[in-house]
Design a protein around this ligand. Sequence first.
Ligand SMILES: [Zn+2]
Length: 68
Amino acid sequence: MTAHKENTETLPISHCPFCGSADLKKFDELKDGIGAEEMTEKELADYKAGKWGTVICKKCGLSIDYNG
Ligand SMILES: [Zn+2]
């Protein structure tokens, strides 16, 4: 009974470290970034599991990389 949904609303970062805004969006690495072709299978699996990626602040435009 795990109805846990992993999508763009689940961000590992709650607010922008630069301006403090909570209006963040996840950068879609598969669609707008390097794409699955440029990743190793492990990287892709980790990316889908939400272990790494980039979050962009909609207010100031800062991109925040996260890993682990
Ligand atoms: Zn910001």
